[in-house]
Design a protein. Structure first.
Length: 91
């Protein structure tokens, strides 16, 4: 079964669909972090060095296995040559 078919079947359950939607912002953040790093042409090791941390910490950040502080997100963005820009959207 393909991923799209699996998702379609799973989303028939309202609880599954709601849980997935609740994680949308997290998935968006992870995607943004990886895109920043890739656009910068940096490896996780290089970002970690610029941040003054270890590469496993960057890996956890990019995989969503951590709960980063605002300071960490600012440091990551700066290491990649970006500036953090927060915005709120009406639901």
């Amino acid at each position: 079964m393909s991923l799209s078919k699996l998702k379609k079947k799973a989303f028939q359950n309202p609880e599954v669909k709601e849980a997935y939607n609740d994680l949308g912002a997290e998935f968006e953040l992870i995607s943004s972090l990886i895109t920043m790093r890739e656009q910068s042409g940096l490896t996780q090791d290089e970002v970690a060095e610029k941040m003054g941390t270890k590469s496993p910490n960057v890996s956890r950040l990019e995989s969503g296995r951590s709960n980063p502080s605002l300071k960490t997100l600012v440091s990551y963005a700066h290491a990649c040559g970006f500036k953090l820009n927060l915005a709120f959207k009406h639901c």
